[in-house]
Design a protein. Sequence first.
Length: 363
Amino acid sequence: MLKLNFPIHLACASIAVMMIAACSATPARPGPGAATPQPEVPTAAPQENARPAGSIVVYTSRAEALFKPVVEAFNQEYPDVTVTLLTGQAAELAARLLEERNNPRADVYISTDMLNMLSLAEQGMFEPNPSAAVMAVPADYRAEDGSWVALTLRLRVIMYNTNLVQPDALPQSVLDLTDATWKGQVGSANSTNGSMVAHLAVLREQLGDTQTESFIKGLVANDTQFFGGHTDVRKAVGAGELKLGLVNHYYYHLSKAEGAPVGIVYPDQGDERMGMPVNTTNAGIVKGAPHADLARLFIDFMLSPRGQQIYAEKNFEYPVVPGAPLAEGVPPLDQFKLSPVSLKTIYDDLAQTKALAQSAGLP
């Protein structure tokens, strides 16, 4: 169900400062018969330091708790811009955007996986946005015209309850989650979750249909508990209701910061392994957005050093801008083997992946 939040920050009315030009020289006395000079009309000086003001509406499939710190930081820098959030499932928000395309109500859309963003971009839902900040993002993580751009990177990992699983018994590959050892003890997102579907799309590219279908059927046969999102997975693992969870990496760090007894496995490492898929969160300006200029400002802020720092420190995500610092305890990406498959290149296979997952019994 969609959730509408009231503005996080109420915009203040901007005050224009009027400057009256004054002439320092004394005008010469007119000679006989000369026309009397007219007084100069005061003019307004350019508002060089005027602060941006107005409002934007952001549709996002991100959890409010993960997104609110970014909005609060934006409002510290731009206090006269009101940001209103509409949160919901990615499929619901995508349908709403398409329904409103002739009369857009949203200014910015923020998604939690790249394939969802590519689907909407193909349908012409975003404005080109080749700002300097957007173009600084590596090409694998943005549209050529900047109509969508990644904000953060995330890895697909396995988290576990340290009270229930010993390190020497841990699975080393996501494919190991189908082993009978873990029957009824694994949690995962279901087929409505974009990150899960994207992960399966990468597996199809690397392993082929037959092995990917076998993996999905193995999860189902092993009594894997499927949830609508990863928050429920991480909470179940942290509470000891499940031993293992297939999640995005930052869910482990969030649980760890809360004091949960959890550990992490970075799966499929080593020469003979396939590496970990990399997914993204993303942003785009809705085509025909009522407040496109402020939408550009908001996206530029999220890609700025300050915006990237908030995502990294508060959410433990990997910044998409090269050189931005990581949160304490988050290992650098270059120490891992990552999947060579870029989600940007496999969008055309998305429909087939969804069909395969459904036929294999993924809820």
